[in-house]
Design a protein around this ligand. Structure first.
Ligand code: DGL
Length: 247
């Protein structure tokens, strides 16, 4: 039987992760859940995010999903341990800020980590940061940036970045929120040409390996279903447009 893979985010940002997954696992069925009615997750408490994510996980289980991907750094940072404890029989993979990649590939570089307040202040991220700290990193909590991206407020995004990002000679930027790869160009307008790191490919690879180990890769026809908790048809349109874009 062909069982789908569930992908969740607080909005359309997770499309940046889904694209990496589809590159590695092209012949699978997907369900993408955009929880835009509850966006932003990044400014909610741990309990509030847990309630949102728990509801979506139940939804995926009802749809007989074989694996679930948190295409949301905030959801991973705040809830993945508790959700895994609650749902032990399903594969759950979550994205987190790619700070280990700085350690592995760019350890001497002056680094900026951008993420939601929920992620930056989480115990999970603080542990990761302390483990791989290169002594040359600035952590930048970006409240409401994901919402501006979600709502396509281009002028406000530009202004936000101009005011928020220090004009320092950063060489690498960790995009610790899945919405941020959608504004790489705008970040480069501030910082110039720079190396970007995000966890999309890592999550895709982890998912593929786990599906293989558990014999869950069925060769089926690619298919994707989109759900949005605010039933906004514009979201659906944008989602499919972003999915089609090459980068
Ligand atoms: N896209 C999400 C992340 O990766 C969350 C954005 C938000 O809802 O604050 O953190």
């Amino acid at each position: 039987m062909n069982r789908p893979i569930g992908i969740l985010d607080s909005g359309i940002g997770g499309v940046t992760v889904l694209k990496e997954i589809i590159k590695l696992l092209p012949n699978q069925q997907y369900i993408y859940y955009s929880d835009s009615i509850n966006n932003p997750y990044g400014e909610k408490t741990k309990d509030e995010v847990f309630k949102c994510v728990d509801k979506i996980v139940k939804f995926f289980i009802d749809k007989n999903c074989k694996a679930i991907v948190f295409a949301c750094n905030t959801a991973t940072a705040l809830t993945i341990n508790e959700i895994r404890n609650k749902y032990k029989d399903i594969i759950i993979v979550g994205i987190e800020p790619a700070y280990k990649m700085i350690h592995d590939f760019a350890n001497n570089k002056k680094t900026l980590v951008m993420a939601t307040p929920g992620t930056i202040n989480s115990e999970k991220f603080i542990n990761l940061y302390n483990k791989y700290d290169n002594g040359n990193t600035m952590l930048l909590s970006c409240p409401s940036l994901a919402t501006l991206i979600e709502e396509e407020k281009d002028e406000e995004i530009k202004k936000y970045l101009q005011e928020k990002i220090p004009k320092d000679n950063f060489e690498a930027v960790v995009l610790g929120c899945t919405h941020y790869p959608l504004i790489k160009k705008q970040i480069e307008e501030i910082l110039g040409h720079i190396e970007f790191y995000d966890g999309g490919y890592g999550v895709a690879l982890r998912l593929k390996n786990l599906l293989e180990e558990n014999n869950l890769i069925s060769d089926s026809t690619y298919n994707i279903l989109f759900y949005d908790s605010s039933n906004n048809s514009d979201k659906e349109k944008r989602f499919y447009e972003l999915l089609k874009e090459r980068k």
